[in-house]
Ligand binder design. Structure first.
Ligand code: UTP
Length: 287
């Protein structure tokens, strides 16, 4: 079955970026000159996704406006003959009707945010993208995962090895290698302390899930941090269905973290001929 829908949970409070996120969604913070969320939306469309479902919350109006036309801005760019910019801002607006917004009325956790999209997703497999995880790769990660899903016909999550001391920041897997880049998951646990973690194989923010996940998310069971966790629902789903981990190819930046966000800016700026030399020159002057 073709993966046509992608859910983007963007209702978190972004407390690690306060005060920047007091009135603005963290997903709107720019990496070079594009908001973090735009990278993920482009990734989804390039992988063949036809419908984007944003689960938003308070203070996310700028995000909705970003993916909508701004006739006033278009008019101004046109009379100033800034045609390249005009083209860029027109191109980023998806065809009308391909974006659906729903709201999570309380930030009860990632699992709860995804559950809010249950009626829009319906009874078909779907993707979930966490824009915070920005991945620089030749082939976008979702495009790497969809062929794996086509083969396995079961839920699949992007995974990577993390520092053993940092397992308490991730969903961590107990899994067995079954193919070159594929593991079969036996168990998963959200944010285990390093001495309790079954491995250092962590879930990164790209998922393809079967609709049965909504049954477990709907139990509204609180887990780590008092939040309704997607990892816990997936762990329960394991009793009924196999779930696989895919070791993706690419460099991942955690844009939900201040250091990770700055590193993403550096890495993406280095790919830009208009910025690279100025930036390198400046970096060389630093300590
Ligand atoms: P995070 O764990 O990064 O939480 O959420 P957060 O609230 O966004 O940020 P901090 O930790 O306070 O700085 C991971 C993803 O899940 C979404 C977030 O928007 C982010 O994409 N999320 C989280 C929701 O949509 N709703 C929630 O209740 C929690």
């Amino acid at each position: 079955m073709k993966i046509k829908k992608a859910v983007f949970p963007v209702a978190g409070l972004g407390t690690r970026f306060l005060p920047a996120t007091k009135a603005m969604a963290k997903e709107m913070l720019p990496v070079v000159d594009k908001p973090v969320i735009q990278y993920a939306v482009e990734e989804a469309f390039s992988a063949g996704i036809e419908q984007i479902i944003f689960v938003t919350g308070r203070g996310k109006k700028a995000l909705e406006d970003h993916f909508d036309r701004s006739l006033e801005l278009e008019y101004n760019l046109k009379i100033k003959k800034k045609y390249d910019l005009l083209k860029a801002i027109k191109e980023l607006v998806p065809e009308t009707g391909t974006i659906i917004y729903t709201r999570q009325n309380q930030p009860l956790g990632l699992g709860h945010a995804i559950w809010c999209a249950r009626d829009i997703v319906g009874n078909e497999p779907f993707a979930v993208l966490l824009a915070d995880d920005l991945i620089k790769s030749d082939v976008p990660v979702l495009s790497q995962m969809i062929p794996q899903f086509d083969k396995l016909q079961s839920s699949i999550v992007a995974v990577t090895e993390v520092d053993k001391n940092k397992t308490d920041q991730y969903g961590i897997l107990d899994a067995a290698q079954i193919d070159k880049n594929i593991v079969e998951i036996n168990a998963m646990v959200e944010k285990p302390a390093p001495d309790k973690a079954p491995s250092n194989l962590a879930i990164i923010g790209r998922y393809i899930l079967t609709p049965e996940i909504f049954h477990y998310l709907g139990k509204n069971k609180k887990g780590s941090g008092g939040e309704i966790q997607l990892t816990d629902a997936m762990h329960s789903l394991l009793k009924k269905q196999s779930i696989f981990g895919y070791k993706f190819k690419g460099d991942r930046f955690d844009c939900g973290d201040k250091a990770g966000f700055q590193m993403a800016n550096l890495a993406f700026a280095m790919e830009r001929s208009d910025i690279k030399d100025k930036l390198l020159k400046y970096i060389k002057t630093l300590g």
